[in-house]
Design a protein around this ligand. Structure first.
Ligand SMILES: NC(=O)c1ccc[n+]([C@@H]2O[C@H](COP(=O)([O-])OP(=O)(O)OC[C@H]3O[C@@H](n4cnc5c(N)ncnc54)[C@H](OP(=O)(O)O)[C@@H]3O)[C@@H](O)[C@H]2O)c1
Length: 233
């Protein structure tokens, strides 16, 4: 399949995903954003304007994904951004929350690709969001670290399975202006002091890196860290 094709942002109703959807919608591109809650999807539609449309479905219910995406046409860019973080540790392990997050990010992301597989243009590119918790766990990140590590393996198999289309993953550190972290001043202060640049990455910088991975035709199978050098410590 070739042609223009939509930009699909799964988890595009808030924070990083919404900022990425904005980037493409502001260029007049056809954008499809998805979220879990219909209200959240409606809010994103209000922000993104007439070239965007929204779909609500639960990535943690993977059997329902293909049906939810039935009306999506050709896809040229697919960004898998969604997360619903748990706070989990092996001591007192919350199995239900863990199953939900593992399903959402690993089975759900894969089921989206499976559902859209025959609609990807020949020059399509995909971007999967992981995060530096895969290498640098924080208290309560047991499941988040696990799934972000899994994103690396998933990216590699997709490079092979979807070729000649490109597939990359991005691994932010703490993104200072996203709600999950900006509401935690002690963590912001700690991670800022540990970052060599003295600044946490911001949403627009993550979008800039995401667009690079999605648009540069030679970049394939890359796991890009965007964390101000925090990983060097
Ligand atoms: N923020 C950071 O500092 C940071 C750091 C490292 C990595 N990351 C990675 O970057 C990505 C974006 O993070 P963020 O902080 O911008 O995310 P966020 O604000 O928590 O947004 C999450 C998005 O995922 C959707 N979502 C949640 N649960 C879902 C489900 N069960 N089914 C379908 N969609 C669901 C939400 O839809 P609703 O609005 O409908 O709930 C929303 O669009 C994530 O993959 C995260 O792991 C972020």
């Amino acid at each position: 399949m070739s042609g223009e094709g939509a930009v699909v942002v799964v988890g595009g109703t808030r924070a990083i995903g919404l900022a990425l959807a904005h980037h493409y919608a502001d260029q007049g591109r056809e954008v499809v954003v998805t979220g879990q809650s219909p209200d959240s999807v409606a809010g994103a539609m209000d922000e993104l304007g007439p070239t965007a449309r929204g779909i609500a479905f639960d990535l943690a219910d993977p059997h329902a994904i293909a049906r939810a995406l039935e009306d999506v046409g050709a896809v040229r860019r697919l960004a898998l951004v969604a997360i619903d973080r748990d706070q989990n540790n092996v001591a007192g392990y919350d199995i239900e929350r863990a199953i939900r997050l593992v399903t959402l990010k690993l089975v759900g992301y894969t089921a989206v690709v499976g559902a859209l597989h025959d609609r990807l243009t020949d020059d399509a590119s995909l971007l999967l969001f992981g995060g530096m918790a895969k290498e640098r766990p924080y208290p309560g990140s047991t499941t988040v670290s696990t799934v972000n590590g899994g994103v690396v393996g998933l990216t590699r198999t997709l490079v092979e399975e979807l070729k000649p289309r490109r597939v990359n993953s991005i691994h932010p550190g703490i993104v200072g202006d996203t709600p999950y972290w900006s509401e935690k001043p002690a963590a912001i202060s700690r991670y800022t002091s540990e970052t060599p640049t003295g600044r946490l990455a911001q949403k627009d910088q993550i979008v800039d890196a995401a667009v690079f991975l999605l648009e540069n035709g030679a970049v394939n199978g890359v796991e890009l860290i965007v964390d101000g050098g925090w990983h060097c410590r």
